[in-house]
Ligand binder design. Structure first.
Ligand SMILES: Cc1cc2nc3c(=O)[nH]c(=O)nc-3n(C[C@H](O)[C@H](O)[C@H](O)COP(=O)(O)O)c2cc1C
Length: 309
């Protein structure tokens, strides 16, 4: 039996979020639990593994979960403690994550969601709609369970329910440096900075719609969002498909003026990316602590906006 493990919490989350019952497929490994889509395609596998097989110090058994992760994100995760190339599965596309508390439960849940989306059958992901759009929803707060992230999730859910292809990105999962202002990208189309932002830009480039979720920090967008916007310079002036831009913002105060700075900041970017327009701003005011947004009408507004993109 593994020592401390988030196994129970993950199984409960999979049941609540996706209606998944774990499949125990091997008599020899009674605690290997496969999490599968309705078409039986796996999106995660929980295993109990001797520590020595994972080259971990100590003896005994530890629970891990194998998740499908895009190569770029996998590269950056595997530099952190608790992540490594998948045990017993394709190591390029799958990553093992320790369930012993080394990695935050919230982060594991987010990655499980990404794995679920990545492994969905294509026809389901795009729906049958001819007019399905590609939508990138970028959460820029480092509180992944925070208020603006909840707005982002509702927006994404609405868009998914409408049959669109949705890519949810949490900026805090990526290593991001500042724009160096070298203008190299304006000559070569490529950024000289060696971090993980390029992968996000590739996702964005072909999107039809972008939604940025941010907390209001000192009456503006948060620094991470601004840094990210600076790093979109390789797409400037016209190397992109997106048109409609949504801003989803959360703040402690609830005044009309509270998000003015964030809107103006984004508007500056929109004015430069001339083919785009600010489609809608959704604001959840009066929420300070993480999760305080529960029950806020802006969540429903975000869902509807996602549904109507
Ligand atoms: C550095 C910092 C600056 C903040 N500045 C403001 C502000 O100017 N106005 C405001 O109403 N709330 C401000 N807040 C509160 C956040 O906007 C609020 O906690 C919000 O719900 C955070 O969203 P999140 O959970 O998505 O991170 C600030 C919070 C931090 C950490």
């Amino acid at each position: 039996m593994a020592e401390f493990s988030y196994r129970k919490e993950i199984l409960q989350f999979a049941a609540e979020q996706y209606g998944t019952e774990p499949a125990y497929l091997w008599a020899k490994y009674p605690r290997y639990a496969a999490l599968r889509h309705n078409d039986k395609k796996w999106y995660a596998l929980i295993m109990d593994v001797p520590k020595k097989k994972l080259r971990l110090p100590g003896t005994g058994i530890v629970d891990i979960i194998n998740l499908k992760v895009e190569p770029l994100l996998a590269g950056s995760l595997r530099m952190e403690k608790g992540f490594f190339p998948a045990y017993h599965m394709n190591r390029e596309n799958w990553t093992s994550v320790l369930l012993d508390g080394t990695v935050d439960l919230a982060q594991i849940k987010d990655l499980l969601g990404l794995s679920y989306d990545l492994t969905k059958a294509k026809s389901k992901r795009k729906g049958k709609h001819k007019m399905a759009k590609k939508i990138v929803v970028l959460s820029t707060s480092f509180r992944k369970e925070g208020n603006s992230a909840q707005l982002a999730r509702q927006f994404a859910k609405g868009a998914q329910d409408a049959g669109h292809e949705v890519k949810e990105i949490y900026l805090s999962d990526y290593h991001m440096e500042n724009c160096r202002g070298c203008f190299a990208c304006q000559k070569t189309g490529k950024c000289v900075v060696q971090d993980n932002v390029g992968g996000i830009l590739e996702e964005m480039r072909s999107a039809d719609v972008l939604a940025f979720a941010t907390p209001v920090y000192f009456y503006g967008m948060c620094g991470a969002m601004k840094t990210f916007l600076d790093r979109t310079y390789p797409l400037f002036p016209d190397k992109y498909e997106f048109r409609d831009i949504y801003l989803l913002a959360a703040a402690g105060e609830d005044l009309e003026t509270t998000i003015q700075g964030a809107v103006e900041g984004l508007d500056g970017w929109i004015r430069c990316f001339e083919k785009t327009r600010l489609a809608k701003v959704i604001f959840a005011g009066g929420v300070m602590e993480s999760g305080e947004i529960n029950g806020h009408p802006a969540l429903q507004e975000a869902y509807q906006a996602g549904k109507q993109v």
